[in-house]
Design a binder for this molecule. Structure first.
Ligand code: ADP
Length: 578
């Protein structure tokens, strides 16, 4: 699950990155487009300014003005020849000055264009020749009539010079016009190229924009849906692990290499190893028998020793792609109960069979040999029938009381009871059944105040304690029942000199069906219910039943009852003393 969420998040992040890259490319392209547009406009402006304003227009203007000024010069000289008035030479002087300016400008403008300079060269000679001609004509006219005569005869020479100048000037003008046309076509090409470049970049940007507009919303939608899915899965995962933390069974997830991927709270408790210490480690290094446990999964309860204690585990295993989940249920108490039940069946059947056999045997003897039997023997047999029937009734009664306790239906009455008398009657009854060598004694204060309690139930408790004392006493043992009366409570001790109970078992003997010697190797029978019932009864009277004992040194069972009935008190195992 964690692996899948990781993949989805990775995919979402990668998709987000791709969208970001596409947007960045689009922004860069738009920027490049803008820069290209600005640059092209600027380049066009620069080349137009360079060529038209600074070169082409002046070239054209000065080449045309050159012809005009030469015409002015000629007009001025012709006028002077006609009028001999020096004032008519005004256009001539002005033209000459302007011609010099035009030539200087043309030289400068054609400096980087050798073709035009070649064409300008003959024009310059012709202007010089024409200027020489005009100077001569002016000098002739200024010399008087004879001079005027000579000037007129030389008019044709001037005409020829001027025609040559005109042809060359027009040729220069034509070259300049061709240059202008060439420049214009260059400009157009530059413009077309710039527009083409802009259009191509614009188109490219448009394609990317359309692509992004079509893909981005869809991509973002799937991205958000992926993220949402991943979030839901992560939440689900968190809830699952929260639930796992509250599961009472130990749940351990292992990868293919048996390394721990998940270790819940119950596993921490069962193995006594915190999750931080378990995660990532091979299961076998945490608990060496883990491999064996896995092999036994699905079968019967498996016994293991954890922290020195025996535990019975129910193991189940489920496999998934990439590992296994092992569930371990601590069924120790179930197992103990089950074992106790099994023991009980053995014990109870033995317990019931023994008196039944005795009763049956006695009855058969009484019927079959009625005539042969003497009166004392007949009486003994009848006594045995009575005692064994009582014993049978006692066992059945124990079973019924246990069932009532289990269902919470044990009814208690409340009456005044003379405890000393009650103890005496219990001992008296026991005396008739006990082996002869065992001595029973009652130690009671001279007077005891009556106690509010349920006398038949208290008697049941005392009978059980005294009978146990007899059962587990060695030959010649002494059993003492002591009553101690204090203002607020009454205490009854039943002390024997029997086998004793080891400390580790002292709490367990009060458990249902629990017997120290379940297999009855000592030949002492019992249901394992007596002490369980006794403690329940005493506690329902608001008292306590405890034991002090040492192995081989006898046991003392103590019933402590309050003077006023105060209802059931919690069981106080802590009161078991050694
Ligand atoms: P049972 O019918 O087996 O006596 P109980 O509940 O009365 O059942 O007693 C439980 C177990 O406690 C007994 O099986 C016995 O092992 C132990 N026990 C009880 N009383 C004594 C005692 N006075 N001395 C030694 N062991 C005792």
């Amino acid at each position: 699950m964690r692996w899948r969420i990781g993949k989805e998040l990775e995919r979402a992040v990668a998709a987000k990155r791709r969208v970001q890259i596409a947007l960045a490319v689009l922004i860069l392209l738009l920027g490049a487009l803008l820069a290209t547009g600005v640059y092209s406009t600027f380049a066009l402006y620069r080349s137009a300014e360079d060529r038209y304003i600074h070169t082409l227009f002046p070239l054209k203007t000065h080449s045309q003005d050159l012809i005009l000024q030469m015409v002015n010069e000629e007009t001025g000289v012709r006028g002077y020849m006609l009028t001999s008035d020096r004032r008519t030479l005004q256009p001539y002087f002005l033209g000459r000055k302007n011609v010099l300016t035009d030539l200087a400008k043309l030289s400068q403008l054609t400096a980087s264009r050798p073709g035009l300079q070649v064409e300008l060269k003959p024009i310059r000679y012709e202007i010089r020749a024409l200027d020489g001609y005009f100077d001569r004509q002016i000098t002739f006219v200024a010399d008087g009539q004879l001079g005027e005569q000579r000037a007129r005869t030389d008019v044709l020479g001037g005409q020829r010079l001027f025609d040559r100048f005109r042809v060359n000037s027009q040729s220069l003008s034509a070259s300049i016009t061709a240059f202008v046309d060439q420049t214009r076509s260059d400009e157009r090409r530059t413009l077309t190229r710039a527009i083409g470049l802009l259009a191509a970049s614009g188109l490219f940007a448009l394609v990317i924009a359309i692509f992004l507009l079509r893909r981005v919303p869809e991509r973002l939608r799937s991205l958000y849906s992926d993220e949402e899915q991943a979030r839901i899965r992560a939440e689900h995962g968190a809830n699952a692990s929260r639930a796992l933390a509250h599961v009472s069974d130990a749940v351990v997830m292992l990868d293919d290499g048996s390394r721990v991927l998940s270790w819940n709270n119950a596993a921490e408790e069962l193995f006594g190893v915190p999750a931080e210490a378990a995660l990532g480690r091979p299961a076998g290094s945490i608990f060496p028998e883990f491999g064996v446990l896995i092999e036994r999964s699905g079968g019967e309860l498996t016994p293991v020793r954890i922290g020195g204690e025996e535990r019975w585990l129910a193991i189940s295993l489920s496999r998934f792609d990439g590992g296994r989940v092992v569930t371990l249920r601590d069924a120790t108490s179930e197992h103990v109960l089950e074992r106790a039940r099994a023991d009980f069946v053995t014990t109870a059947s033995h317990e019931l069979r023994t008196p039944l056999t005795a009763v049956y045997g006695s009855i058969r003897t009484l019927i079959d040999r009625e005539d042969e039997l003497s009166e004392p023997v007949r009486q003994r047999l009848l006594k045995m029938i009575e005692q064994e029937s009582e014993h049978l009734a006692q066992i059945v009664d124990q079973l019924l009381v246990t069932a009532q306790i289990d269902r919470g239906r044990l009814r208690m009455e409340e009456r005044d009871c003379n405890v000393a008398e009650l103890c005496a009657s219990v001992l008296e009854a026991a005396d008739s059944r006990k082996p002869e060598s065992i001595r029973l004694e009652l130690v009671a204060p001279p007077t005891t105040r009556p106690l509010r309690c349920d006398p038949p139930r208290l008697k049941q408790v005392l009978v059980n304690l005294v009978e146990n004392a007899i059962k587990y006493s060695p030959e010649g043992g002494r059993i003492e029942v002591r009553i101690a009366d204090t203002p607020d409570r009454l205490r009854i001790d039943v002390e024997d000199e029997g086998l004793g109970i080891p400390p580790s078992e002292q709490a367990r003997i009060f458990e249902k069906f629990y017997r120290l010697d379940a297999e009855m190797t000592r030949g002492v029978g019992g249901s394992g219910l007596g002490l369980y019932i006794s403690r329940e009864i005493v506690e329902q009277m608001g008292g306590l039943l405890s034991v002090r004992s040492r192995r081989g040194a006898g046991s003392t069972f103590t019933v402590t009852l309050p003077r006023a009935l105060s209802g059931a008190q919690p069981r106080a195992d802590a009161l078991v003393r050694t």
